[in-house]
Design a protein around this ligand. Structure first.
Ligand SMILES: [Zn+2]
Length: 300
């Protein structure tokens, strides 16, 4: 499943085509993905101009000049790729190059867009074999109160996240630190892998109670600041490694959404801890139904 850094990589990869583009034609090849597209899906997109292309948590948001926002989620197996054509107008999509494992029957939506700085059409193709992804149109004015967004926590890469915010947010919470960090109502888009990595970097046990980020007086401990910095850091590093994979994709078929990244603790059960001078061995425990990877020696 794509995590936040991968979604951000997709956004950066598609931004040169989507920013201020005109959506000339949309091929919708089935009635639904995880949710129905809605009867007027194509009509509400065609001949619209893109005002902005952004990300909130793991959602991609395409703001249109009509006031609609196309909300896109990659689900478990969704990916985008693009084809730059020589055509001035949209043409029928007949055949396209497919990378290994990308079958044309899973190309569910094709956007024919004219980027702001070009005369020619770029085809942006959404492929999703398992169809847990979705695309829905929501008026911008209803977005904040929409069930999908109304309870959403802060953006982990936004300015609000710092030690004081975390300590306050987790005040008196008996739940574990790991569970609190994964709670999307607190911080949105932060996934299991990056929570494990950030806790390991900070030397904090995932099993501590969330309230321990604050001292007795309620003031945030130094660890709270370190943790918020490490959350940012692990996400930024992954986005940067996604950025380098993006360059490779330009040469290939432009398929976006997945990349290899080396983790320090995640998926390293039984291997030596990488904390300098630590002789610990990484363990895996199931916590709230998810695998937690941690070093019992240096994470206290
Ligand atoms: Zn260790």
């Amino acid at each position: 499943m794509p995590e936040l850094p991968e979604v951000e990589t997709v956004r950066r990869g598609l931004a040169p085509f989507f920013d201020n583009a005109t959506i000339c034609r949309v091929e919708q090849r089935r009635p639904d993905l995880r949710f129905p597209f809605g009867d007027d899906f194509v009509a509400r997109l065609e001949n619209r101009q893109v005002v902005s292309f952004s990300r909130r948590a793991k959602y991609l948001l395409l703001d249109l000049d009509s006031g609609d926002v196309l909300v896109m989620h990659l689900g478990m197996s969704g990916s985008f790729r693009w084809i730059e054509t020589e055509d001035a107008e949209p043409t029928q999509t007949v055949e396209m190059y497919h990378a290994k494992g990308k079958h044309p029957q899973h190309d569910h939506v094709i956007f024919h867009v004219r980027p702001a700085d070009r005369e020619t059409i770029v085809k942006i193709i959404y492929n999703d074999p398992r169809r847990f992804g979705f695309m829905v149109l929501i008026p911008r004015s209803e977005l904040a109160t929409h069930p999908m967004f109304v309870d959403m926590g802060i953006e982990p890469l936004g300015n609000e996240l710092d030690g004081a915010y975390l300590a306050k947010l987790f005040e008196n919470r008996k739940t574990s630190l790991k569970a609190a960090l994964l709670n999307q109502k607190f911080i949105a888009g932060l996934g299991n892998i990056y929570v494990c990595e950030a806790l390991w970097r900070t030397g904090l046990s995932p099993f501590n109670s969330a309230s321990t980020l604050a001292g007795k007086s309620g003031k945030p401990l130094k660890k709270a600041d370190e943790l918020s910095n490490h959350i940012r850091e692990v996400l930024q590093e992954a986005i940067e490694s996604g950025g380098s994979s993006l360059k490779d994709h330009r040469q290939a078929d432009g398929s976006l959404g997945y990349f290899q990244h080396n983790f320090s603790v995640y998926d390293r059960e039984g291997e030596a801890c990488r904390t300098p001078k630590c002789s610990g061995v990484i363990e895996r425990k199931v916590q709230n139904g998810r695998s937690t990877f941690f070093c019992p020696k240096c994470q206290k």
